[in-house]
Ligand binder design. Structure first.
Ligand code: HGY
Ligand code: MN
Ligand code: MN
Length: 416
């Protein structure tokens, strides 16, 4: 396949402007974003994205999980499209670039090809996957997971947020539930640009990450039950303190992850304590343990040790403990041909680059099960993400989008 010329570049200024226009929707309280999935802010962001796609001459498809597919025709309508995208939903204290960079870089590719009147044999489809973050409705990558056949749609529709609202009802309420059956689309390939959300690229002074693998993820929700009682008048030996039990389990989570250094990681980001009153011994603690590793057997070992150690701690303290697997996916090896297209693009464009294992989960991790898939990453300042202070440079965004475009256009086959 003919490779695009090294002078084929996106319009970095236009991409940067679009990213910051999107960032005005669902603002956080500290300069980032709170555009959680299936909120009114998510609906507003989707509408803006749709407007931009239509202005770029794209036709929008919408499936029953709210996944958005904006199509640019190819010269061969029978050819399977090359998909490119990410997610527009954010964490409650999210940054402006996590997910958004990948969706809007896909749109920027189309805008650039339109400007230069470049045609490709395969259609190109810019994608927004619903609920990648999994913070309001667990698990993460929910809708790309349904698309890839990892979850049933009914199960996804029944996921509930902290207020007991159902995913299916909220999708209906915001008016972004489509007619199209989920997962029927066939892809020639899928590419996703994402910020690294880790420190490696910046520390090594590299412009681009060529993502060869994604580490696996395991989310176990733990419920510890003790007995609510007065913090003043209950003698220490009589206490059944669920909060203390949680603290001891979380100390074990840290030790388990460290025991698999340097790659494994473990922590709990979601923690609810009941009744959360200053003078009541906690009767219940509910928290989600997030374990990750590039090696499946390490993840399995960490899950098993969490259960064994947790039961021991609960028995010693006269507490009850229950475990529920609420999310997870195996480590991912991306498609070598697509990874090669990314690497060749970085070389052709003269961007410094290095192979990378993704520390975070992405929609590409699920789509890799149904189509040849690869990812491009750009650095982020101090490796910080899932924090409103998340920051990247326009140059990093531009380099990542240039590489993404070359990989997409080479795979979609330029028509001279
Ligand atoms: O959890 C993750 O890795 C992703 O950011 N949702
Ligand atoms: Mn993301
Ligand atoms: Mn994220």
């Amino acid at each position: 396949m003919a490779a695009p010329g090294e002078n084929l570049k996106i319009d970095g200024e236009r991409l940067w402007t679009s990213i910051h226009e999107m960032a005005e929707i669902g603002p956080g309280v500290a300069g980032g974003n709170n555009r959680q999935t299936l909120t009114d802010a998510d609906a507003e962001g989707r509408a803006l994205f749709q407007d931009w796609c239509e202005a770029a001459g794209l036709s929008m498809g919408l499936d029953q999980m709210g996944n958005m597919f904006a199509r640019r025709e190819g010269t061969d309508p029978q050819a399977l499209p090359v998909y490119v995208g990410s997610h527009l939903d954010t964490q409650p204290t999210g940054g402006r670039y996590d997910g958004v960079l990948g969706v809007l870089a896909g749109l920027e590719i189309v805008r650039t090809l339109n400007d230069l009147d470049i045609k490709t044999k395969h259609p190109i489809v810019v994608t927004n996957w619903t609920n990648e973050e999994g913070t309001r409705f667990a698990p993460p990558m929910l809708s790309s997971g349904v698309f890839a056949g990892m979850h049933t749609q009914d199960w996804a529709y029944d996921r509930e947020d902290a207020e007991g609202k159902r995913f299916g009802d909220e999708l209906e309420r915001i008016g972004w539930k489509g007619e199209e059956e989920v997962g029927t689309r066939e892809m020639h390939a899928f590419f996703e640009l994402h910020i690294e959300q880790g420190p490696i690229l910046e520390a090594e002074g590299k412009d681009v990450g060529v993502v060869t693998h994604g580490q696996g993820l395991s989310w176990t929700q733990v419920t510890i039950t003790g007995k609510e009682s007065h913090t003043g008048s209950t003698p220490m030996p009589m206490r059944r303190n669920a909060g203390l039990g949680m603290a001891r389990v979380l100390e074990k989570v840290d030790q388990i992850a460290w025991s698999h250094k340097p790659h494994a990681v473990g922590a709990a980001g979601h923690i609810d304590i009941y009744p959360n009153s200053r003078n009541v011994i906690p009767g219940k603690a509910v928290f989600t343990v997030d374990f990750r590793s590039p090696e499946l057997e390490v993840i399995q070992d960490m899950e098993n040790r969490l259960r064994a150690e947790g039961c021991k701690i609960a028995d010693d303290m006269g507490l009850e403990i229950a475990f529920e697997k609420v999310g997870g996916f195996d480590p991912v090896k991306f498609d070598p041909d697509c990874v090669g297209a990314v690497r060749r693009a970085a070389e052709r464009l003269g961007y410094s680059h290095r192979d990378l294992i993704s520390g975070a989960g992405h929609d590409a991790c699920w789509i890799n099960r149904v189509a040849p898939t690869a990812m491009v990453m750009c650095p982020c300042v101090d490796g910080l993400s899932h924090n409103e202070a998340e920051e990247i440079s326009k140059e990093w965004a531009t380099a990542g989008a240039d590489v993404l475009m070359h990989a997409v256009v080479e795979t979609a086959e330029i028509v001279e």
